[in-house]
Design a protein around this ligand. Structure first.
Ligand code: NAD
Length: 468
C-alpha cells in the first residue's frame, strides 16, 4: 500500500481545479505562513533549541526573521511578479502581442535538510506558493522537534487541499520520489542530490539542487588579523558550524597564520567564554553520527585552539587546526562543524590554483585591505556566491540569487528568484486572425524577393516602429 497516493491525488485535483492560480489565493497562503511564524514563535524557538541547541538570537536571525522577510517581500511584490512580461519584437510580429507568462508548474516537492530546518523549508515554500503551485513539503527527519511543528501546526495555516507535509527518511523519500512531480526543490548533500536527480530523470522532472561543499576563505597578508578572526570565527561557529555557506577552511601565508591564530583564540574566548561548552550561544551537533564524524576530523593536523569534545552533550569545541595536509580527510569532505583548518599558501596565485583544482564551492570568501586582491579572487575563480571581507552576508540580500554552481548545486532562489524558480516561463505570442495577404509571403511558391523581405522582417533587433 503506497501511503502517498491519496495525498498526491488530492493535491493534483486541487491544482487542476485552478484554485491556486488567483493572486488572492496565493496572498492568503502567504499570509497564513506569516501567521504561522508569528503565532508559533516560541514553539519554533523551543523546537530549534531542542534540535540544535540553537540560541533564541540565532533562531530569530537565521530562521524566523529571514523567513518572515521572504514572505513580506513576496506579499508586497506578488502582483508585479505575476504580470505578463512584455518582450521586444521583430518586424514580422509588430502587430502581435508577445510576452512571457509566469505559470505555476503544478505539484511541487520540497525536500529540506536539518541544519536550518525552518528557514530551508519555508524559504522555498514561499516561492512555490507565491508562484501558484500545490506543494508537498518533506522536512528532515533528523531535526525531529522542528519536523513535528511543521507536520502538526503548519498545515493548519494553509489550504490543505493544496498543501501537505509528508514525513520520512531516505526509504520513505525514495518511495515518494517514485511519483511524478512537476518540480523538485532539494536542499541537502551532494551525494543525496545525485539520488534525487536520478529519480527526477525518470519523469523528466525539472529540479533545483541546493547542495554543499567546502567553502574556501582566502586571507591576504594585508589585513587586520583581529577583524578577520572575528568574522571568520563568528561565521564558522554560527549554528555550531553546520551551515552550508560557512567558511570551511582558511588559505593564508605562514606569516598571516602566526597572527591569525592568537586573534582567533581571542575572538572565540570573547564570543563563548573560557568554557565554550557552557555558553548559551554555541549550538550542538545534530546527531551522534555527525558527532563521531567530526570527532574523527579532530585528529588531523595539529590542534592549536579547542579540540575538546563531549559525546554525552554532542559538543565539539570551536577548533582551529594547522599543519593540515591537502590529502587529510578534513580537507576532502565538507566539515559541517565548528572546526577550521588553516592551509598555508605562498601567494595569492597559489591560493587561486588551490581553489580552482577543487569542485566549485557554494560560497567563497576573500579578506584583504587591498580591493584589487579581493577583485582578483573574484575574477579568477567560480562559486555559487562570493563575499569580500566578510562571511555569508551575501545571502541576507533577497536581491541576490542564492544557489550553487557545479557540484555545489544548480538553480537558485530567494526573493523574486524563488518566484521565477517555481514558475514555468511560457513563451506567448498572440497574433491577429486576419492580415493573411501580408503573411502570405511565407508560402510557396517561394521567390528570392519574398525571402529577402522575410529575412529582414525576422531579423532580431529592438524595433520600436509601430508600422507593420
Ligand atoms: P541530506 O541530503 O542528508 O538530507 C536532505 C533531505 O534529503 C532530507 O529531507 C532527507 O530526509 C532526504 N534524504 C536523505 N537521504 C536520502 C536518500 N537516500 N534518498 C532520498 N532522500 C534522502 O542533507 P542533510 O544532512 O539534512 O543536510 C546537510 C547537507 O545539506 C550539507 O551537505 C549541506 O551543505 C547541505 N545544505 C545545503 C544548503 C544550500 O542551501 N545549498 C543549505 C543547507 C544544507
Amino acid at each position: 500500500m503506497d501511503p502517498f497516493v491519496d495525498t498526491l491525488q488530492r493535491l493534483r485535483e486541487a491544482f487542476v481545479s485552478g484554485r491556486t492560480r488567483p493572486a488572492e489565493f496565493r496572498a492568503a497562503q502567504l499570509k497564513g505562513l506569516s501567521r504561522f511564524l508569528q503565532e508559533n514563535k516560541q514553539l519554533l524557538q523551543e523546537a530549534l533549541a531542542q534540535d540544535l541547541h540553537k540560541s533564541a538570537f540565532e533562531a530569530e536571525l537565521s530562521e524566523i526573521s529571514i523567513s518572515q522577510n521572504e514572505i513580506n517581500l513576496a506579499l508586497r511584490n506578488l502582483r508585479a511578479w505575476m504580470k505578463d512580461e512584455k518582450v521586444s519584437k521583430n518586424l514580422a510580429t509588430q502587430l502581435d502581442s508577445a510576452f512571457i507568462r509566469k505559470e505555476p508548474f503544478g505539484l511541487v516537492l520540497i525536500l529540506s535538510p536539518w541544519n536550518y530546518p525552518l528557514n530551508l523549508s519555508l524559504g522555498p515554500l514561499v516561492g512555490a506558493l507565491a508562484a501558484g503551485n500545490c506543494v508537498v513539503l518533506k522536512p528532515s527527519e533528523i531535526s525531529k522537534s522542528t519536523e513535528k511543528v511543521l507536520a502538526e501546526v503548519l498545515p493548519r495555516y494553509l489550504d490543505q487541499s493544496c498543501f501537505a507535509v509528508v514525513l520520512g527518511g531516505p526509504q520513505e523519500t525514495g518511495r515518494l520520489l517514485e511519483h511524478k512531480f512537476d518540480y523538485i526543490f532539494f536542499t541537502g548533500n551532494p551525494q543525496v542530490g545525485k539520488i534525487i536527480m536520478t529519480a527526477a530523470a525518470k519523469h523528466l522532472t525539472p529540479i533545483t539542487l541546493e547542495l554543499g561543499g567546502k567553502n574556501p576563505c582566502y586571507v591576504d597578508d594585508n589585513c587586520d588579523p583581529q577583524t578577520v578572526a572575528n568574522r571568520v570565527a563568528f561565521f564558522r561557529c554560527f549554528n555550531a558550524g553546520q551551515t552550508c555557506v560557512a567558511p570551511d577552511y582558511v588559505l593564508c601565508s605562514p606569516e598571516m597564520q602566526a597572527r591569525l591564530v592568537p586573534a582567533l583564540q581571542s575572538a572565540i574566548t570573547r564570543f563563548y567564554g573560557d568554557d565554550p561548552q557552557s555558553s548559551p550561544n554555541l549550538g550542538r551537533i545534530i546527531s551522534e553520527k555527525h558527532f563521531q564524524r567530526l570527532r574523527g576530523l579532530l585528529s588531523f593536523g595539529r590542534v592549536v585552539i579547542g579540540g575538546q569534545s563531549d559525546e554525552s552533550d554532542l559538543y565539539i569545541a570551536p577548533t582551529v587546526l594547522v599543519d593540515v595536509q591537502e590529502t587529510d580527510p578534513v580537507m576532502q569532505e565538507e566539515i559541517f562543524g565548528p572546526i577550521l583548518p588553516i592551509v598555508n599558501v605562498r601567494s595569492l596565485g597559489q591560493a587561486i590554483d588551490f581553489i580552482n583544482r577543487r569542485e566549485k564551492p557554494l560560497a567563497l570568501y576573500a579578506f584583504s585591505n587591498n580591493s584589487q586582491v579581493v577583485k582578483r579572487v573574484l575574477a579568477q575563480t567560480s562559486s555559487g556566491g562570493f563575499c569580500g571581507n566578510d562571511g555569508f552576508m551575501h545571502l541576507t540580500l533577497a536581491s541576490l540569487p542564492f544557489g550553487g554552481v557545479g557540484s555545489s548545486g544548480m538553480g537558485n532562489y530567494h526573493g523574486k528568484f524563488s518566484f521565477d524558480t517555481f514558475s514555468h516561463h511560457r513563451a506567448c505570442l498572440l497574433r491577429p486572425p486576419g492580415l493573411e495577404k501580408i503573411y502570405a509571403i511565407r508560402y510557396p511558391p517561394h521567390t528570392p524577393r519574398n525571402l529577402r523581405v522575410l529575412l529582414m522582417a525576422l531579423e532580431t533587433r529592438s524595433c520600436s516602429c509601430t508600422l507593420l
